[in-house]
Design a binder for this molecule. Structure first.
Ligand SMILES: C[S@@+](CC[C@H](N)C(=O)[O-])C[C@H]1O[C@@H](n2cnc3c(N)ncnc32)[C@H](O)[C@@H]1O
Length: 267
């Protein structure tokens, strides 16, 4: 059954909110984020950490099965397939990102190991039949950490691993305005209460984060200028959007830190 108009509107609102864009830019998200394999996640860091933990040992006969919830343009999913030889499913509510992810997989020569599906995460994560048989599940920069932890752990087998990414409060920040944002340790404690083992929890080093962010911001500014030339009526909206993105990135240099958890599912 096709999704109702209401749920399509809701999904569209969730997608634009997750990339901090106004609704007017929804039809242009593919162009706006062109040539950007990820929207914040660092595939090389994730591959290094998974390898370091022995989760994807080379020489395994059977490929591990992974699922990336909110995969965006597919950079992490394709890296899992190419670098760690996993069979990967990527789910995202933005059809333009799913198109980009498929193109990326084809260009990387791993389209046979990747399947990308355009659908709502709310609907997908409720479809119980699909749950629990993945070795690795990821949700990177989509839902707040604990919501992401609950959603991803439901997809992995006992002993499987889930990876989540979110911004946390820098413990050095005691500004009242940010007190409600949890610290890395707070999230780790709450994950442990789910009965799972946090194998790795880390705030991302500021120089490395700054490098990733600078590259994203540079490409975004190029794409926005290109789009503004094609759609002059959007010029002000695009300028405002780029400024907002830069401001958000600046928070990671101040009260917030990018963080990542790799967790082994218990019972
Ligand atoms: C900030 S981006 C992160 C993309 C990718 N995980 C990364 O880190 O590069 C958030 C992604 O979540 C997707 N998304 C947000 N809400 C969603 C929902 N309710 N259902 C499906 N996808 C959603 C957006 O389309 C977008 O691709």
């Amino acid at each position: 059954m096709p999704p109702s108009t209401r749920s399509r509107h809701r999904l569209r609102a969730q997608v634009v909110a997750s990339v901090d864009a106004p609704d007017r830019l929804y039809p242009h998200l593919g162009q706006l984020f062109a040539n950007m394999p990820t929207l914040g996640a660092s595939p090389s860091l994730i591959m290094r950490r998974l390898r370091g933990l022995g989760i994807a040992l080379p020489g395994r006969r059977e490929p591990l099965r992974a699922i990336d919830l909110g995969c965006g343009p597919g950079g992490v999913a394709v890296a899992l397939a190419k670098t760690l030889r996993m069979d990967v499913v990527g789910i995202d509510g933005c059809p333009a990102f799913i198109d980009s992810a498929r193109e990326l997989a084809t260009a990387a020569g791993v389209s046979d190991r990747c399947a990308f599906v355009a659908t709502s995460l709310e609907i997908f994560t409720r479809s119980r039949a699909l749950h629990r048989d993945y070795d690795v599940a990821l949700m990177l920069n989509v839902w707040p950490a604990m919501r992401a932890a609950r959603a991803t752990r439901a997809f992995v087998r006992i002993g499987g691993v889930y990876v989540i990414d979110d911004a946390v409060r820098d413990p050095a920040c005691d500004d009242r305005a940010w007190r409600r944002v949890p610290t890395l340790e707070h999230v780790s404690e709450r994950i442990a209460q789910l009965g799972d083992e946090v194998l790795d929890a880390r705030v991302l080093a500021r120089p490395a984060m700054a490098k990733v962010e600078a590259a994203l911001q540079k490409q975004l500014a190029i794409n926005a200028r290109r789009l503004a030339r094609r759609e002059p009526a959007l010029a002000d909206t695009l300028r405002e959007f780029v400024r907002g993105q830069q401001e958000a990135a600046g928070l990671l240099e101040g009260p917030l830190r990018g963080a990542m958890w790799i967790v082994q599912r218990g019972a």
